[in-house]
Design a protein. Sequence first.
Length: 278
Amino acid sequence: MSLFSLFSWFFFLLPVSSLPSEHSFSLSNLHSRQSCQPFYTSFNDPSSISPEGDAPFIALSPADSYQFTNDGLVLTMKPPQEGPVHASPDGVNDKLGQAAIVNSTFWVDYGRVTFEFKTTLVPGAVTAFIFIDAEKDDQIHLDEIDAEVVGKNPYSWQSNIFKPSFADPKPHYGVFSQTHRLPHHDDSFADTFHKISIEKRENQIMWSQDGVVVRTLNKQDTYLDGVYHFPSDLMRLQFGVWDGSGAKGTSSWSGGPIDWEQVYTSITATIRSVTVEC
């Protein structure tokens, strides 16, 4: 379960004849809720992100939380601004790091999205790549399809979905989660760029790691409490790095709380590319 849902933050291998050039698209089409457009960016053009929503991506965090480099887009989570951080006995910090979050301004109904990245691994920090339900009829449904790397484990990542229902006696955090390990024991997300893909079909979701499918989830397998918990709406992309130390459950899950006195390096995630295939 990601921070994005907890705090209500917006948001068939399909054949592709060719990919467009660097983030070539029609903004008018994107903003008219076209279901999917093939897209690629290596973030070598600063115009790919804007705080105003007039680019393929919009930053939800301050301008100094992201930087364009030769390696790609670097997202930086900064320490809390309010002073010393104190952890409670149950592993929750009283102040949180400043998350670095980016949303797409375009929508995806069905298709495959590949994120190429590496990340600093600090226990308590979470690097997330998700499809998140867009606004619809003034409602935020909070559907999610997730791929997340938690700082306590540099050798694996987690796939998950979340689709809340009024029929649920309680939120089903982690019920549909699975963990996937990198194939080489001496490899990690801190050392090497890796590609994680999320592919959404009408009745199926597939997650891939470096081009190899590692999980397939069918809609029929998400039936719980009398309803299907299968994300089905138009969705945006969202990615970032955030502090999992703010609640007991997420702190334990991510390996937190973050010990900011022992963090001697910036907590960053470097996004080399994002590819959308429709």
